[in-house]
Write a protein that binds this ligand. Sequence first.
Ligand code: B12
Ligand code: SF4
Length: 489
Amino acid sequence: MRVILASPEAKVWSERKHIPLGLGYLAAVLREGGHDVMIYDAAIEDVGVDFYLDQAEAQGKPYQMIGITATTPLMPDAWEMAKLGKRRGLITVMGGPHLTIMPMESVQPPHSDYVDYIFRGEAEYSFLELINTLEAGREVGIIPGIHFRRGDEIIASPESPMIPDLDALPFPAHDLFKIERYTNLQPLTDGLDRHARSFTILTSRGCPYKCTFCSKPVTGDTWRARSVESVIQEWKWLVNGLGATEIGVTDDIWNLKLPRAKELCRRLIEEGLNTVPWVTVHGMKVNHTDLELFQLMKAAGCKRVGFGVENGDEHMLRNVIRKGQTLDQVREAFANAKAAGLQTMGFFIFGMPGDTEETMEKTIQLALELDPKLANFMLAAAFPGTVMYDIIKEGGQVFADDWGDFAIHEQKTRFTMNEGYDPDMVVQKWREAYRRFYLYRPERVLEKMMFKENWTNLPGTFSQIKRFFIGSKDQSAHKEPEVAAKIAV
Ligand code: B12
Ligand code: SF4
């Protein structure tokens, strides 16, 4: 079957563009199964998906199916894409984190008019099964993790089991990405290289921690690691076969098992793969590190490590966020990473339920004390399926027009709590954090001024200044409750 796998544009992210690796995995499995696949990522394309549909039709080889991926804030665009696919007579399939959490929504009106099948969870094997079934002209029966409509009936199968042996999967179809259109992964290099050949790699899936803001609907709570050997083979392909200029490790928690993490670094060194810089895109868990790990990472070509610090208040960290780490462990990890010569990056969340002016002040103080090369201050966003979302539903109020509003970093708070929670204060402290970290310290201002990108892309620089430091009128902290009711949750 001819299948186009598509991702809508992530307007909620940033200037940086990363490959949608999940689609790469699906494409690889379909390709192995004898199907013809294209990956369309709206974030890096100049033309709409219909351009490729027209082109394929003109060549007499029309696509028969469109498979669309989506996180929560991408849902409105994902549905538009499905509508377009249906208008063009394609079978429409959707999957990804949001569909895993809320599959019913998309098989009910009005979306059921244009969405044929929904997949929940890891779908490499189940999606292939659907395509083989349809191609063979057989009736679709119970395929793991599927939701679809048969007449008036909604068929929902049991969960798709998480893939136990990740080594059994083919490597993602990295060669199908228009890689020169993606940007580099790290904002710390001088200038955003829009033609970097930046690939990402998953060395494991899942995470046993249960941070209350985190949603892991697809990869789950069970950590499943690929063998070091399999990771090395994929890394070799990226570096030697596809000319990677940078690699991003995007696991939920790649360093859960310290000996394995060290072994991976040793093998990268042995294989001479340490010439291409790599970064941990989302972060490492501070309490599974030691100085030796950071030294090995440095020797293995790692440039930057990110850590989820989240909050500067021990009580918030332990009891509200349930991060499973202490402030001392945070301090130690930063000190060790810096001692090993790695750039550091810290992720901090503002406005978790229970956050007050005082706890947010502690978060700012901690950021200043740790002084990472880059501090990423984020506003808490309550994604459905998280403990945090349930806490807010119970004792507060979510503000949002539609799923498109569920984005981290979008300069508005998205909820309030009934007692002692001030959404306006949250935005104020969040913006203050940026000012105090980046603006009020001469060495930081100087550092920013040295960034070529800030001068070559002046409109981008001004929009960042406005966004983080000044704000605009439409950034009112919240909307009226009636508006919130529009979302069916
Ligand atoms: C790497 C990553 C990014 C990267 C790259 C994103 C990209 N282009 O893929 C960047 C940094 C850009 C990013 C940004 C964002 N991210 Co992100 N990101 C991840 C991360 C860590 C790994 C993604 C991944 O590769 N997963 C592994 C692959 C194998 O899984 P997958 O992509 O889900 O695909 C599988 C299934 O979902 C399914 N599937 C997926 N699509 C489809 C389509 C069809 C047709 C079918 C049948 C099946 C199917 O099959 C795939 C193979 O098994 C995940 C955490 C996680 N563990 O998933 C968070 C995660 C997906 N991100 C999340 C969020 C919130 C965001 C942002 C919205 C943040 C923001 N700014 O507000 C943005 C949105 C960007 C976007 N494109 O949607 C949340 C999503 C929660 C939710 N409810 O939707 C996650 C789960 C993190 C978390 N724990 O909270 N992200
Ligand atoms: S935030 Fe990180 S450590 Fe916490 S549950 Fe999510 S992936 Fe695991």
